[in-house]
Ligand binder design. Structure first.
Ligand code: DUC
Ligand code: ZN
Ligand code: ZN
Length: 502
């Protein structure tokens, strides 16, 4: 029989260990079938030499926006997934987004399937954005969704066209309790933001920088505390997406200390970028629009530092890109916020691109060097194995272990890349016309990416060597709790009190 492929001469990093040099990966029928020493070769075995570099699992980016109606100028599945594999990500979970006027989610999910099928370089799944969770959807269609492998939803506590009130959030959480889907939440206080936005506009403060002024940390803080309370009341695990501030993060940490199943995600922009980036330049007063995202970039380097602490100490379960692609130069993109000479930050599409730069940015700080901020294992947990667990892909994606899909990233031996890599838009593979990380230096970059044993990215020999037919839809199982547990009592309630109404 023998292996189809053996990856040799590298240092394998799993979610729990950095394995000794010499340990090899044997791949058969697209799966990792052995991790061990001196694997037997046959004449049909292809040997991949990792040249002494690290080997990590293919990245699982569980928060990307591809081909979404609200960002029509950026990435579709083809360009977005191409960018993913060039940055070492082999699985993405994108969104199928329900319109508030829709009383069923089935056509919307079909629409997003059509946008992705046979158009993806990497494997993909969908979360469902619920903006109108009718009783019928919650009672019958969510069951169907779970059967079809869509086992997570995202809820918004802000944005007029998407937000749910607390009563609706509670309805969804109660359905999640029964059906077992995973609930992701965008936590910002909508009314605080509206008040400030209206008053800023009256005062003529409408340049991109005021986006950050309009969404202060206290708005994230309040909504985070509120959603944790709603989740605690109903005893349901949640994941709070794209967290940006220490005050809000402290609620998560405190809840986790009480063993509540409260998970959190942060993204590269909240580790590396500050609100000063929203200020225009001499040449282009509107350029800050490129960095408009929500929650916004924060003001102080201490804010970044706090997010790094959450990365290192386990508060964050997931490090995603929140790749939200809108072109800067297209009229339907970021320029929606520029009418003639008049800037209007509230009309700028939210979000920054980053699916390709996510892994290299974090990997630069992983390891045992003096300037490292997290271990290599923690890097794997945050970028691959924990998002896979959270979203029902454990055992298939996100780790280097027997039985898993052979999704593998081989990094350069640092001796072969002494100068590192400078991030430049001209070198990236997304469909967006800029990167907010332009000019930043990273230490390393995926040299080779394999998707289910097939080489799809070879940085030195052709770049993208995969195909849009390579990516498959992932029917995900139900997500697992990674932090805490259900079944805890609510502070101040009698033991078992919930049973009267649950
Ligand atoms: N939420 C996201 O998840 N992405 C981009 C913007 C937003 O508000
Ligand atoms: Zn969001
Ligand atoms: Zn997002």
């Amino acid at each position: 029989m023998g292996f189809d492929l053996i990856v040799t001469n590298g240092i394998i990093v799993t979610a729990s260990e950095v394995l000794s040099p010499g340990i090899e990966i044997g791949i058969k029928n697209c799966k990792i079938s052995c991790v061990g020493l001196f694997l037997p070769r046959t004449e049909n075995t292809q040997i991949i030499d990792a040249r002494g570099g690290y080997i990590t699992p293919g990245g699982v980016d569980s928060h990307v926006h591809f081909a979404q109606d609200n960002c029509p100028t950026g990435d579709d599945f083809t360009t977005g997934s191409r960018s993913a594999i060039a940055g070492g990500t082999t699985t993405v979970i994108a969104f199928a987004s329900q319109e508030k006027t829709e009383t069923t989610v089935l056509p919307c999910v079909e629409k997003y399937h059509t946008r992705a099928k046979d158009q993806s370089y990497c494997d993909y799944g969908f979360h469902l954005i619920l903006t109108n969770p009718t009783p019928k959807i919650m009672a019958t269609e969510m069951l169907l969704m779970i059967e079809q492998g869509i086992t997570s939803v995202k809820l918004y506590m802000t944005y007029e066209p998407m937000k749910l009130g607390d009563a609706q959030v509670l309805d969804v959480l109660m359905a999640a309790r029964t059906l077992g889907f995973t609930t992701m939440v965008h936590a910002e206080n909508s009314d605080m933001i509206s008040l400030i936005t209206d008053r800023l506009e009256s005062a003529g403060h409408t340049a991109p920088y005021f986006h950050a002024i309009s969404r202060p940390q206290i708005a994230e803080n309040e909504a985070t505390y509120r959603i944790i309370s709603l989740a605690e009341l109903t005893d349901v695990p949640i994941l709070i997406v794209h967290m940006s501030s220490e005050t809000a993060m402290k609620h998560v940490r405190k809840a986790q200390t009480r063993m509540l199943p409260i998970h959190a995600e942060t993204c590269p922009q909240y580790l590396f970028l500050l609100s000063e980036r929203l200020k225009g330049t001499h040449e282009d007063a509107f350029e800050g629009a490129k960095c408009v995202c929500s929650p916004p970039l924060r003001h102080d380097p201490k804010d970044l530092e706090a997010m790094w602490q959450g990365i290192a100490n386990g508060t964050f379960t997931v490090f995603s890109s929140d790749h939200a692609p809108s072109n800067y130069h297209s009229s339907g993109g970021k320029k929606l916020g520029l009418k003639g000479d008049v800037m209007s930050y509230r009309d700028i599409p939210n979000g920054v691109p980053g699916v390709e730069t996510r892994l290299p940015l974090l990997f630069s700080y992983a390891g045992r060097e003096k300037d490292s901020r997290l271990s290599l294992q923690r890097f794997v947990q945050l970028t691959s194995s924990d998002p896979a667990k959270m979203y029902g892909l454990e055992g298939v994606k996100g780790n280097i272990a027997v039985g898993y899909d052979a999704d593998i990233v081989i990094w350069y031996n640092e001796k072969d890349l002494e100068e590192g890599v400078t991030i430049q838009q001209s070198e990236l593979h997304h469909g967006v016309d800029y990167t907010p990380f332009e000019g930043m230096k990273v230490k390393n970059w995926p040299r080779l990416t394999f998707l289910r044993g097939k080489k799809v990215w070879d940085r030195d020999n052709g770049g993208v060597v995969g195909d849009v037919l390579d990516g498959k839809f992932l029917r995900r199982g139900k997500g697992k709790i990674v932090v805490g547990r259900t079944g805890g009592e609510v502070n101040g309630m009698l033991p078992g009190e919930r049973d009267f109404w649950c």
